[in-house]
Design a protein around this ligand. Structure first.
Ligand code: NDP
Length: 419
């Protein structure tokens, strides 16, 4: 079928690469390009000879537009898969426009330097206008809509699990289960245990920025913001059991509020253990989560980047992690004039993921939908020019692919609701 350029070679990309190689009818050739080429070479060495997919590797700095364009022009991929960090989203989108190639990613844009005055002025205006203060939002990437339309190219934003699969669940519920969706609760439960007192399951810098931000939810047409971790609920998750979960701001709420007509409330909850929260609070209190550089013994260091260097690399958690994840959406609404509820969710086993692709379930549940999103564009099953999130496409082929490629979903028609 074609060629994909995969940018990044961390925890999630490791799964994406394995899954593309399992799906070599679609991904006949892949190029793995990242900042540290030795990581790309190591995974190529592991997979060469086990798959018909032809693998090449390259070094690229995805913050550098010229380097990206030179690589794209030389390799001529059908799609660029951005599995690096959200910091690179805009540069990679620029490169795709310049070189005429489709784009996809797994997380919406946020800047590396949150003290940049130009960015900060726009951010502060957005905080006032929109009513939430997270560093990430869709406005930066939605601003590319017209450019992608004019170029006849597609950009698929946020095809991981959440964002990503959660929005496919919403589109599926809208298409098949409800005439009107009134409320959506997205529940992200990780019942896994890696044995460390403190580690993050994906890039620590991005993860800690996300969970230490104030929480917010969408209600009756506007955002309601609350102090971080101030709304807590307990929920009994299928195959995991009782867990404490906390309301967070999350990017898909922003697009779902626009794309699910008449929705009254959208919330996002994530489970955290007490040890994680205590460590995070302590690190925050001493300034270790700060993104502002400080002077230390003649060097400029960014505290959260220094912390990242101390914490376990999420890509190494695979062999240590046991337990399951359970991620899904609870819907309330109406069908044929009657009140209705539904819960669509996936349960994923950390150890089974490790046996299959050598990664824990957080990387797996992100990497599989990233491969599927790219497959939707490469096979033409999702095909319209512009910049879109997952719920803006027909969910059926994506939902079918989730069952086929390792993330089977189920529906509970009578779930316990979250108050
Ligand atoms: P990692 O930190 O493990 O990997 C990031 C990779 O990107 C590394 O290989 C890194 O290179 C590379 N990279 C960073 N900067 C550059 C650059 N300037 N040029 C080229 N390569 C670069 O992160 P994860 O794999 O954990 O996360 C990947 C993405 O997935 C993130 O955007 C994260 O937010 C997203 N995510 C999405 C989820 C979802 O459900 N939607 C859930 C979890 C994660 P190097 O090895 O040299 O550091």
């Amino acid at each position: 079928m074609g060629k994909a350029l995969i940018i990044g070679c961390g925890g999630v990309a490791g799964v994406v690469i394995h899954k593309c190689c399992q799906n070599s009818d679609v991904f006949e050739e892949i190029m793995i390009a990242s900042r540290t080429k030795s990581k790309c070479d190591a995974i190529k060495e592991k997979l060469d000879g086990t798959t018909p997919t032809k693998i090449r590797t390259a070094k690229v700095d995805a913050d550098n537009l010229d380097e990206l364009c030179a690589l794209i022009d030389e390799y001529k991929p059908d799609i660029v898969m951005n599995i690096a960090l959200p910091y690179q989203d805009l540069t990679i989108m620029d490169a795709c426009l310049k070189c005429g190639v489709n784009y996809m990613d797994t997380a919406n844009y946020e800047p590396e330097d949150t003290d940049d005055p130009e960015w900060r002025a726009i951010y502060e205006k957005r905080c006032k206008e929109e009513g939430f203060t997270a560093y990430f939002d869709y406005s930066w990437q939605w601003a590319y809509k017209e450019k992608f339309e004019k170029a006849g190219l597609t950009a698929l934003l946020g095809s991981g699990f959440d964002p990503g699969v959660t929005q496919a669940y919403c589109a599926y519920a809208q298409k098949h289960l409800f005439d009107q969706i009134d409320t959506i609760d997205i529940l992200d439960c990780n019942g896994g245990d890696h044995g460390y007192p403190f580690a993050t399951n994906f890039n620590p810098e991005i993860n800690l920025r996300e969970v230490s931000a104030p929480g917010s939810y969408w209600e009756n047409g506007h955002w309601v913001e609350i102090p971080a971790m101030s709304i807590k609920r307990e929920y009994d998750f299928d195959q995991v059991g009782h867990k404490d979960m906390y309301l967070l701001h999350h990017e898909e709420i922003e697009s779902l509020a626009k794309n699910i007509p008449g929705v009254q409330r959208i919330r996002f909850f994530m489970t955290f253990g007490q040890s994680y929260l205590t460590h995070m609070k302590c690190l925050e209190n001493v300034g270790m989560l700060s993104t502002t550089p400080i002077e230390f013994e003649g060097h400029q260091i960014v505290p959260i980047q220094f912390l990242k260097a101390l914490l376990p690399d999420p890509a190494t958690l695979g062999p240590r992690t046991k337990g399951k994840t359970n991620i899904g959406c609870i819907f309330t609404g109406k069908k044929d004039g009657k009140e209705k509820t539904a819960y669509i969710y996936n349960v994923c086993d950390h150890k089974a993921c490790y046996r299959e692709v050598g990664s824990q379930a957080i990387s797996y549940t992100t990497g599989v939908p990233a491969m599927i999103g790219a497959m939707m564009l490469m096979t033409g099953r999702w095909n319209k020019p512009g910049v879109f999130t997952v719920e803006e496409f027909d969910p059926d082929p994506y939902m079918e692919a989730l069952n086929k490629w390792g993330l089977p979903w189920q529906i509970n028609d009578n779930p316990v609701l979250v108050d």
